[in-house]
Design a protein around this ligand. Structure first.
Ligand code: TNX
Length: 510
């Protein structure tokens, strides 16, 4: 059965709600109208009030349990999944949900406002019943290859929230730069966040995959707390990623003893951590500070692209293999991840890793992000591990969006938004029972070739909106034709928010 509603210029909400029923008449928002709330949902009311003031110069009042209001935000604690009910009638607007659901109802409402930002602020009457399909609707940001400032990160999160995306995956460390302050190891940022410093030093660095030579910078703990507060107000969970045991060149550059060495003591691979006890102590100390900052129950430890064969040359790794009875270097990777998992569990945190953590045996409680395609995610779901699907090529926004001759630089092949939209996270290869382990879907952007915010926005939008719809909208309710029409109706909002989104079929990079 198709619950689809035919394309209607008045109801261009992304992601498509579960049920949307147009009603006769309109409601007009005006200055001095009242937002009526229960005592406990002031934050969402203030969010709406500020949004209207900032974007429309429209000033509403917030009142607790008023006798009459224009907009009612009504708490219903039985709605636990972010589901909500929105009713726009000739006389009032009502949004019912828990605080999360009310926030999402507000997002639907503000997408219905006139996009040119001009009065009259007329809204077509309708009734919306809505709920998300998946609990994990993510978008990542690689701040290692090019640093993005706190304000840039906040803008990124802000737009995520407008489209009901709810997990911001912050790729904080990688070969090129370490971006998070760790008090115990100040060189991580004093040295590891400065790509320009590496370039002067030279020898072990191979940064020629970065256009523009990268961007220096790191987040202080105060910066991180500021971002976390901002995200929380928008019901976005922040997932920190600290890469190990590969992709660790920046950390090793700061503290060379962490690096994998051969029997002569020379570093033969500066990107790989040596799996000795001192490395584990270091990583546990780092993670302790990360855990103190981030309330998220999940911590991402990377695990991708570890050049495990290099361990065969490392006396530390070879001794470990002997001691643990390991015969293949993949088992060292597994040993590494399991040891870190044990530590995270002792801190009541769950481990997330890229699909390579399947190699050599998956840690018992791990959640898998499937990026090299779907195979890893499918295998993990069959083993009843939680999975986030983020496979190449569909979810990779560092690819151009059309023929590369027309587009800014990116990794090939091109990934147009249609390809993103047509992706189905619950593979046909999974039984209904196993498919339940697919927690959701995520778009990724890697920043080797993304030198600034303008370029970032061009790569991410509108593709992130396709992720939003496939993460939220019921499968039977997806409709690519309607989505294309709705997309064309988002450009007024993009303009209002100052987003450098790619226009359909038009090159708009400066
Ligand atoms: C692979 S995706 C990586 C990243 C690179 C990306 C380039 C993943 C888990 N690892 O470190 O930036 O390719 O597309």
């Amino acid at each position: 059965m198709c619950l689809c509603f035919t394309v209607n210029a008045q109801f261009h909400i992304i992601p498509q709600p579960l049920r949307l029923t147009p009603k006769p008449g309109t409601f007009t928002l005006k200055n001095n109208m009242v937002i009526g709330i229960d005592a406990d949902n002031k934050a969402t009311a203030i969010y709406l009030q500020s949004y209207l003031a900032k974007n429309y110069n429209l000033h509403l009042k917030v009142r607790i349990k008023p006798t009459a209001a224009a907009i009612y935000l009504l708490l219903d604690s039985n709605r636990t999944k972010g589901d909500y009910f929105l009713n726009i009638s000739r006389s009032s607007i009502k949004i019912t949900g828990n605080s999360n659901g009310i926030f999402y109802g507000i997002q639907s409402l503000i997408q219905l406002l006139p996009q040119d930002g001009a009065a009259p602020f007329r809204l077509a009457a309708c009734e919306i019943v809505d709920e998300p399909r998946f609990q994990w609707r993510g978008l990542s940001l690689d701040v290692s290859r090019h640093f993005f400032t706190v304000d840039e990160v906040k803008k990124y999160i802000d737009v995520m929230a407008h489209y009901k995306l709810n997990v911001f995956h912050w790729h904080l460390t990688d070969d090129e730069g370490w971006r998070i302050q760790i008090d115990k190891y100040p060189l991580l940022t004093d040295v590891g966040s400065k790509i320009s410093f590496y370039e002067k030093q030279g020898k072990f660095r191979k940064l020629d995959n970065l256009i523009d030579g990268g961007r220096d910078g790191f987040y202080t703990k105060a910066d991180i707390r500021e971002v976390l507060k901002y995200a929380k107000e928008r019901f976005v969970t922040v997932l920190p990623e600290i890469e190990m045991p590969g992709h660790s060149e920046a950390a090793i550059f700061a503290y060379p003893w962490l690096g994998c060495k051969d029997s002569t003591g020379a570093k033969h691979r500066v990107r790989m951590l040596d799996p000795g006890d001192s490395t584990f102590t270091f990583m546990q100390n780092v993670l302790t500070e990360v855990i103190d900052l981030f309330p998220n129950q999940y911590i991402h430890i990377g695990g991708d692209e570890a050049e495990v064969v290099d361990w065969l040359k490392s006396p530390v790794a070879v001794a470990l293999m002997k001691k643990e009875g390991l015969t293949r270097p993949e088992q060292v990777q597994s040993y590494f991840i399991k040891r870190i998992e044990k530590f995270l569990l002792s801190k009541n945190k769950k481990l997330v890793g890229w699909d390579e953590i399947l190699q050599g045996g998956l840690a018992e409680s791990a959640t898998v992000m499937s990026w090299e395609g779907e195979a890893g995610g499918i295998a993990a779901a069959k083993m009843h591990h939680p999975v986030v699907m983020t496979p190449l090529p569909y979810m990779y926004f560092d690819a151009p969006q059309a023929n590369e001759s027309l587009e800014p630089i990116g990794w090939n092949p091109p990934v147009p938004w249609q390809m993103v939209y047509n992706y189905e996270p619950q593979s046909k290869q999974l039984s209904t029972g196993d498919a339940k382990y697919i927690m959701g879907v995520q778009g990724n952007i890697w920043a080797e070739k993304v030198p600034n915010l303008k370029h970032l926005e061009y790569m991410v939008y509108p593709r992130a909106l396709a992720v939003a719809e496939l993460g939220w909208t019921a499968k039977e309710n997806k409709d690519i034709g309607r989505f294309a029409d709705k997309l064309n109706m988002q450009y007024g909002l993009f303009k209002l928010w100052g987003l450098n989104a790619r226009l359909p079929n038009i090159e708009n990079m400066a």
